[in-house]
Design a protein around this ligand. Structure first.
Ligand code: NAD
Length: 321
């Protein structure tokens, strides 16, 4: 088996390879060549930790395995990242373990790739203003991936903790784009693309804030009870997701489904747009919304790509197991 340690991932995997892997696996999910297994997530009653598994199988690429990981709130005090992930890949022909791969950076790359894939396929073609809601760890990965999809001329941002907005301003500066901190009504009115990546349990972006044709990528809601946008906005939008089962249970759609304003049949897998089975955005004034819940197959896709790259570059550690 191969081991690809966390410290090697940054020099192996890039945004282009992550984008390619995630776009391909979304397409395979929609054509039913790939499927996720039920997610396990438990509060383990130790160290305040949440721990679980996301797993699946892609019959096209033969990626089989799981991402094990969770959230340890006390880690930061120990000099460690609070979110900890490791991917284990298995040989689909024999069941033998194939690789052990550090999953922390890969999680950020695959999450940013998911919203970038949604922007490629759903955002207005002439999008010029990118609106960012959230300025935490994931936000910079999101912004870097998003700006590669359209000729953005400006970034505007809002964060619940305004003192964190310098993170977005600094990155926009590095990317050569002007940045402006705005209120949510300005963000909703001006942005052609909005990325929401917060850990909120109550909506920030309201239906009335969004006044024009916009694509919204809701990337923060990945647990029951979390919410970033008002359910009425989800109900008004043309809704796409990575996986419908997750969208209605742990994703942004859970709230509009619960209040009866959105039906499961009105949610489309993004892969159907990639495969050409759904037209995606069809009118000039449409609000499209991607509910990016984060599926195990994304992790397997990027981990498989990284193992191939590590073997090619001679940095994969080979262990007789
Ligand atoms: P972080 O802790 O670094 O940042 C949290 C962000 O949420 C900050 O911008 C903070 O100001 C904001 N926030 C906190 N409380 C808020 C509130 N009450 N209202 C509005 N905003 C609030 O977290 P991160 O690593 O950037 O992750 C952000 C979210 O993305 C988390 O919820 C995480 O679980 C989720 N996530 C999703 C996926 C996926 O695949 N969908 C993958 C990774 C992370």
């Amino acid at each position: 088996m191969y081991i690809v340690p966390e410290k090697e991932i940054g020099s192996l995997m890039d945004r282009a390879a992550s984008f390619e892997a995630v776009e391909a696996v979304f397409a395979a999910m929609a054509s039913k060549d790939a499927y996720n297994f039920p997610v396990i997530r438990e509060a383990i009653g130790h160290a305040d930790a949440l721990y679980g598994f996301k797993s699946g199988f892609d019959r096209k690429s033969l990626a089989l395995g799981l991402k094990s990981g969770g959230y340890w709130p006390g880690n930061e005090a120990k000099g460690l990242t609070n979110h900890q992930s490791t991917v284990i890949l298995f040989d689909a022909d024999t069941g033998k373990v194939k690789a052990l791969v550090g999953g922390n950076l890969l999680t950020a790359l695959r999450t940013a790739a998911a919203s970038a894939v949604s922007i490629k396929h759903l955002a207005p073609k002439n999008a010029k203003v990118l609106g960012m809601i959230g300025a935490g760890h994931q936000s910079t990965f999101q912004m870097r991936a998003a700006v590669e999809q359209r000729d953005f001329e400006k970034v505007i941002g809002w964060n619940y903790h305004p003192e964190m907005l310098s993170r977005l301003a600094d990155l926009a500066d590095e990317l050569g784009l002007p940045f402006e901190a705005v209120e949510l009504d300005q963000l909703g009115a001006q942005a052609d693309v909005i990325i929401s990546i917060t850990s909120a349990f109550a909506p920030s972006l309201m239906n009335a804030h969004v006044t024009g044709p916009t694509h919204i990528a809701c990337m923060g809601t990945d647990t029951k009870g979390k919410q970033e946008v008002e359910a009425a906005l989800v109900a008004r939008a043309t809704v796409f997701t990575d996986e419908i089962a997750q969208a209605i249970s742990i994703g942004e759609c859970q709230h509009a489904i619960a209040d009866g304003t959105l039906a499961e049949k009105d949610i489309t897998e993004l892969g159907a747009v990639i495969n050409g089975a759904h037209a995606g955005r069809t009118t000039d004034d449409e609000v499209t919304l991607f509910d990016g819940t984060g599926v195990g197959l994304q992790d397997l896709a990027v981990a498989s790509a990284v193992v191939d790259l590590a073997v090619k570059k001679g940095v994969a550690i080979e262990v007789d197991f």
